[in-house]
Ligand binder design. Sequence first.
Ligand code: SAH
Length: 220
Amino acid sequence: MDIQLSGIGMTSARTRDRLVQRLRDAGIQDERVLDAIRNTPRHLFIEEALAHQAYDDTALPIGHGQTISQPWVVARMTELLIANGKPRKVLEIGTGCGYQTSVLAPFCDELYSVERIRPLQDQARKRLLQLGLAKVQLKHADGGFGWKAEAPFDGILAACARADIPDGLLSQLADGGRLVMPVGGDRQQILTVVDREGDQFHTQTLDPVRFVPFQRGVMR
Ligand code: SAH
């Protein structure tokens, strides 16, 4: 077990390649995103007892009733967010453990991420620093209000689900910008893409997904 954890087993290049191939087979086409998944050490974002599952394509618990997203979902949302070109400034709602944040970071000049659960944010901050991602700005707040002082954003990605897209997020989307978010009820949602063109918002509904809920208020 120790040997595997140190890198020649479950965290090896072969293990990561297997995950990438699986995502490709499941429809992820953007090789830049697959590279980012390959290069992101997902085992560092979860507790050691679960590390043997780090490169499985599944969501895993990260405490406080939250989960690290499934790699396929992270890849799919990233692919959708950058489909029209790399966004300059991106807002992420739901930092969680920081895994999606790390995958996203190479694709934008400025990345802002909001999390409502303080201990998760503190851990994410440590990991992002360890991985050299000090450029990511983190805020402990209710992401339903976006991040007004830094708006507008070319890309907005939410990793938590709600029945409706908060107006605060739509209004902080730049002209020509794109928002990606799971929209729906508690049990299942649809990955939804909104493209802003002036005052028009064009919506596409894509894949069925399952996320934790987009909650209100903050937790210390
Ligand atoms: N992006 C993470 C997924 C985290 S799960 C990953 O890479 O794995 C979704 C996260 O959204 C949780 O940490 C949850 O606390 C957070 N969240 C839910 N509602 C929120 C809100 N209103 N504002 C900010 N974060 C929220």
